[in-house]
Design a protein around this ligand. Structure first.
Ligand SMILES: [Zn+2]
Ligand SMILES: [Zn+2]
Ligand SMILES: [Zn+2]
Length: 273
């Protein structure tokens, strides 16, 4: 299973469009892996998590062909994860696609309420509503949804994505997982876990995570058998307010077995032996 991290920043990006803090100034000066657009992950060229406002930038920077994406999984309706108007660009006269296959989009009731799905039907977009605790087939993949610790007023989902015998947790946006979710996750043996580390070094456990919560999440997964020493752990969705540049995040988290994602990072997830 090939993962491609298209964006790895929180909602304002890093540097933030209007921000003059020292972390953003440092990122502007250093460039490279310190430049983080809004978060999205592509899998095997056909599956994608979230549709941030930087999607067009991702297409031209990473030479993507979004017409090849068949299944789009939306975690929640915050605009850094679901800039739904971009989907209208899939229809005529904005796009002339050789294939006329549908794009299947999956999300919760709030995602459903955010977009005009009737208008998007003209672009071949089909919506599938997901509930926490539910699952569905998505092409050759199986998708399981769980309640995130995020956006209390509405809601957010985290997902387990299974394909070719490989299981991946897409675990953000979320603070430390609710107890009920830990129980539901215990049926899985993960090959990879994508977690968030929005708050960097800060000791944040609710709504988003900081480094201590990421480390604890990995430890608990190892203790409970949800993960093993071979499971790949990757942190993403970083905010400038977390205060740590890419190399500083690596210094803090690599010794705990967690990789730091950057825009454009490709990762092969091998099947557990
Ligand atoms: Zn976010
Ligand atoms: Zn800043
Ligand atoms: Zn969010």
């Amino acid at each position: 299973m090939e993962l491609m991290f298209l964006g790895t920043g929180a909602s304002e990006g890093w540097p933030g469009a209007f921000c003059q803090c020292s972390c953003c100034e440092n990122a502007r000066a250093l460039g490279g892996k310190n430049i983080r657009t809004r978060t999205s992950l592509q899998i095997d060229g056909q599956y994608k998590f979230d549709l941030p406002p930087d999607t067009y930038h991702h297409v031209i920077t990473h030479h993507l062909d979004l017409a090849d994406i068949r299944h789009l999984f939306i975690t929640h309706c915050h605009q850094d994860h679901f800039y739904w108007l971009e989907l209208a660009m899939r229809g005529e006269p904005f796009a002339h696609r050789r294939n006329q296959e549908a794009l299947h989009v999956y999300g919760d009731q709030w995602v459903k309420e955010t977009a005009d799905w009737e208008a998007l039907a003209d672009a071949g977009v089909v919506f599938h509503e997901m509930e926490a605790g539910g699952s569905c087939q998505a092409g050759e993949a199986r998708l399981f949804a769980f309640k995130a610790n995020h956006f209390e007023r509405k809601g957010a989902l985290i997902y387990v994505f299974q394909k070719d015998g490989i299981s991946l947790l897409y675990g953000h946006d979320s603070g430390f997982f609710p107890e009920g979710v830990w129980a539901q996750l215990s049926q899985f043996r993960l090959d990879a876990a994508v977690l968030e580390c929005t708050h960097g070094e800060e000791d944040v456990w609710d709504n988003h995570m900081g480094i201590p919560a990421v480390i604890k999440t990995r430890e608990r997964m190892l203790e409970s058998g949800i993960a093993s020493k071979d499971t790949l752990f990757v942190a993403t969705h970083f905010s400038h307010n977390g205060g740590l540049l890419h190399h500083e995040l690596e210094e803090r988290l690599n010794p705990h077995g967690v990789l730091i994602a950057y825009d454009g990072m490709r990762l092969e997830v091998p099947k557990r032996s």
